[in-house]
Design a protein around this ligand. Structure first.
Ligand SMILES: [Zn+2]
Ligand SMILES: [Zn+2]
Length: 123
């Protein structure tokens, strides 16, 4: 898959807008997918997390249920560990397909961004 830098908003930690971002992968979103974009710094941050997960060998099941909380670590803003998390989507990182998890409050925060970014979200 070819990756292309575009100018957009970073949806991860820095939350900056109008900067070069890369498409990371689809996040599950109310019956559809939303494209997740992140800037270079945040992608590096994510890749460090991913590497940690891979080294631990904690490969999550390939198709976890959406909205089925699993105990784990939030990968988003709060960075809390060992709390119920939900699958957000799968991102491509360092040649791996990696499931991305977040806690409920961080997912809500991301969903607000998605809602603001998508032009065609039904009311
Ligand atoms: Zn960023
Ligand atoms: Zn969180």
């Amino acid at each position: 898959m070819r990756r292309r830098w575009t100018i957009g908003n970073c949806w991860l930690w820095c939350e900056r807008t109008a900067l070069p971002v890369l498409w990371l992968g689809p996040v599950l979103w109310e019956g559809g997918n939303a494209p997740l974009h992140a800037c270079e710094g945040c992608i590096r941050h994510l890749e460090r997390k991913v590497r940690g997960v891979l080294i631990c060998g904690a490969t999550p099941s390939p198709a976890p249920e959406r909205r089925q909380p699993v105990p784990g670590d939030c990968w988003l803003w709060c960075q809390r560990i060992a709390l119920p998390t939900l699958l957000l989507g799968t991102v491509e990182s360092a040649g791996h397909q990696v499931p991305l998890y977040g806690c409920e409050s961080c997912i809500r925060r991301l969903e607000d961004k998605v809602r603001a970014a998508l032009p065609y979200v039904p009311a």
